[in-house]
Design a protein around this ligand. Structure first.
Ligand code: ZN
Length: 291
């Protein structure tokens, strides 16, 4: 059942009673038909429920159609009567099994193939995919034809950023350690094996060398910074080089009395980017994206 009318290839509007959900709420069934969505096997006897937010698949309905469904701890598969996989689903963090709108390759038409291979190659751009196919760079990769308006939704969502600021004519950096950019990334959705959820990232403007430290709490930032300073000063002692300037955002982990007094004692000039303007801290923010 779905609440999206555009999914239907054929739809007969008819009153079909109500559907009651787990929380007791009721929604009216307003039609019945066949769903046909690109890259998803067509589903007959689908019902159109007014105002339904999620698309739900009935297990008993699939069984009646002759499909078998296999559930395991991490995923589920819907198998055709000849044991071929029709659809696969992954278990989500809130214990639902979510079907993915993808089908096995031998069912894909030419137009759908380029999207499938785009996903298989970690969302590689369509032009390069075409080149891979054209010059037979990959065994088994068919010659892909580019669609006119090929837009990948996840790519658009994942790669959107704010436009960059104009490059300023700021002082050019002449040697390592003259300017360090730093930032704290996190909290991450998944913590590391050691229970760490934050990453302290520090980038040298001149060499673009990166130091990264994993932290359990934001409050550990200062200790890590102090440790990094000591290490750098020790390493560079023979050349009498030291950190001159650091740049960070206004995060509380960077803008506090302890941090300030430590910087003052070492003679480090601490610059801040303007509030809510990560573009000004672009060097380290861009590194975060790579990491
Ligand atoms: Zn993509």
């Amino acid at each position: 059942m779905t609440g999206n009318k555009s999914f239907f290839k054929t739809l007969v509007m008819e009153e079909g009673g109500c559907v009651t959900f787990g929380d007791g709420s009721k929604k009216r069934v307003v039609g019945k038909g066949t769903i046909s969505v690109p890259r998803l096997h067509s589903v007959s006897n689908a019902i159109y429920v007014n105002g339904l937010k999620a698309n739900l698949v009935s297990i008993s309905h699939l069984s009646n159609e002759g499909y078998s469904i296999l559930f395991s701890k991490n995923d589920c598969s819907i198998l055709k009567p000849d044991e071929q996989t029709l659809l696969k689903g992954m278990r989500s963090s809130d214990n639902c099994y979510c079907l993915e709108a993808r089908i096995v390759l031998n069912n894909a038409s030419m137009d759908e193939q380029i999207e499938l291979w785009h996903e298989r190659f970690s969302h590689m751009n369509f032009r390069d995919l075409g080149i891979l196919g054209k010059f037979n760079c990959v065994c088994g990769l068919p010659k892909l034809r580019k669609k006119a308006n090929c837009v990948c939704g996840p790519c658009q969502q994942g790669k959107q950023t704010k436009s960059m600021h104009k490059k300023g004519k700021y002082l050019s950096i002449k040697e390592p350690l003259e300017l360090l950019h730093m930032d704290l990334m996190g909290p991450m959705q998944t913590e590391s094996l050691g229970g760490k959820r934050y990453i302290f990232v520090c980038v040298d403007d001149f060499s673009r060398f990166i130091w990264t430290y994993f932290l359990r709490e934001k409050s550990e930032t200062f200790d890590k910074f102090k440790m990094l300073c000591n290490k750098i000063q020790n390493e560079m002692n023979s050349n009498i080089k030291s950190i001159k300037r650091i740049r960070s955002d206004h995060g509380r982990e960077f803008e506090n009395a302890v941090f300030e007094s430590y910087c003052n004692s070492l003679g480090i000039f601490h610059e801040f980017s303007a509030p809510r303007t990560p573009q000004q801290n672009r060097v380290v923010e861009r590194k975060n994206r790579v990491l």
